[in-house]
Design a binder for this molecule. Structure first.
Ligand code: ZN
Length: 54
């Protein structure tokens, strides 16, 4: 299975957990691009946060 990548509106390619910042919400945390703070879709973030550089 190929890794999930997400190209943010700022142009950053998000592929690994450390490319995201987590904002704790009341129920579900929101994941955001660490470069610009734009929220990443939850389904995408779910996959990216399990990916680590080898
Ligand atoms: Zn961004």
């Amino acid at each position: 299975m190929s890794p999930t990548t997400y190209t943010c509106t700022c142009g950053a390619v998000l592929q690994f957990k450390q490319d995201l910042t987590r904002e704790q919400a009341e129920v579900y945390p929101t994941w955001k691009c660490k470069h610009c703070g734009t929220p990443v879709p939850g389904t995408v973030a779910e996959q990216i946060k399990h990916q680590h550089p080898s």
